[in-house]
Design a protein around this ligand. Structure first.
Ligand code: NDP
Length: 282
């Protein structure tokens, strides 16, 4: 069997086109502010890509770039000003922050109604409680990919590899909300291959290059690879050994071009959702 490739790049492009069309009908421009502190080079690339994508769909987007020397109090004051600004619908604090600033303090300072990363404890709690709220972008993107895969989620055995706050946990909650039977596996799980082999839907988010081998996968399973790992030779690979896995799986996402492009598309979706909810149009 050769797995069908789930083309996240194409799905993300369709989502962005839909968002642009929707935004063009609005009487206002959804406002996104990405806050960057310091000079982390990878963050610079991410922030530029987010800003560019937001402008392309017609949002009012800007980056607030603060110096490395910014104190936690100064960052919280900046966030408070954005919370109070009626033109701002979405606020994203780019991680990682410099070591002298507490990440949890910055995340908790964002107005939950503008928390387009979905990291605020109130939004995490809403997701866990099955209530509507802003959902982290990467797991939201995975749900789009699963919808496009045609897989039946109701009653399906889903295994999520990884339990981080930004991917694994919210991913498991979304799958549970879609009526999957969910297992969350992690670094303390006994017999990871056996757990994975039970999965009809397998989402890998561990950050270990090509850890998931072909013989960990059930024939016909839908495999979504969230991992982005750079090898010493510069090549990007996922958490799944793609060639082996695609000989067994029914459908699989590539890296790059799978989940990666969905994350920004879903940030834009979250920003539009936040804008419509805040402005009473949702
Ligand atoms: P974290 O490092 O925060 O979490 C990794 C999780 O994987 C942890 O729960 C950890 O378990 C588990 N884990 C690590 N090693 C093993 C192992 N050997 N066996 C079993 N479980 C293991 O990573 P993130 O969730 O932030 O990211 C995961 C991957 O997804 C990374 O490659 C990251 O680059 C990528 N990513 C991609 C995005 C995209 O847009 N496509 C967005 C965000 C992340 P434990 O909790 O026990 O330590």
């Amino acid at each position: 069997m050769t797995a069908r490739i789930l083309d996240g790049k194409a799905i993300a492009a369709r989502i962005r086109a839909g968002l642009a069309a929707r935004t063009a009908t609005l009487s206002f421009r959804p406002g996104l502010r990405v806050v960057r502190v310091g000079e982390d080079p990878a963050s610079g690339v991410y922030v530029r890509n987010k800003d560019k994508a937001a402008k392309e769909v017609g949002f009012d987007s800007a980056t607030v770039h603060l110096p490395e020397s910014t104190t936690e109090a100064d960052l919280l004051a900046t966030i408070a000003a954005l919370n109070a600004d009626p033109a701002v619908d979405g606020i994203l604090v780019q991680l990682p922050l410099p070591a002298h600033i507490r990440t949890e303090a910055a995340i908790a300072a964002v107005d939950p109604a503008k928390d387009v990363d979905g990291f605020h404890p109130l939004n995490a709690g809403r997701l866990a409680a099955g209530q509507p709220g802003l959902v982290p972008c990467t797991p939201r993107g995975v749900m789009h990919i699963l919808a496009e895969s045609g897989a039946t989620l109701r009653g399906a055995r889903a295994v999520v590899l990884g339990r981080s706050q930004i991917v694994g946990r919210p991913m498991a909650q979304l799958l549970l909300g879609a009526d999957c039977t969910v297992t969350i596996a992690h670094s303390r799980t006994r017999d990871l291959p056996a757990e994975c082999r039970r999965a009809e839907i397998l989402v890998a988010a561990v950050g270990r290059p090509e850890m998931v081998r072909g013989d960990w996968i059930a024939p016909g399973a839908v495999v979504v690879d969230v991992g982005i790992n750079r090898l010493p030779d510069g090549k990007l690979v996922g958490d799944v050994a793609f060639a082996e896995a695609s000989a067994v799986a029914g459908a699989i996402t590539p890296v790059p071009g799978g989940v990666g492009p969905m994350t920004i598309a879903c940030l834009l979706e979250n920003t539009l959702d936040a804008a419509l909810a805040r402005r009473g149009a949702a």
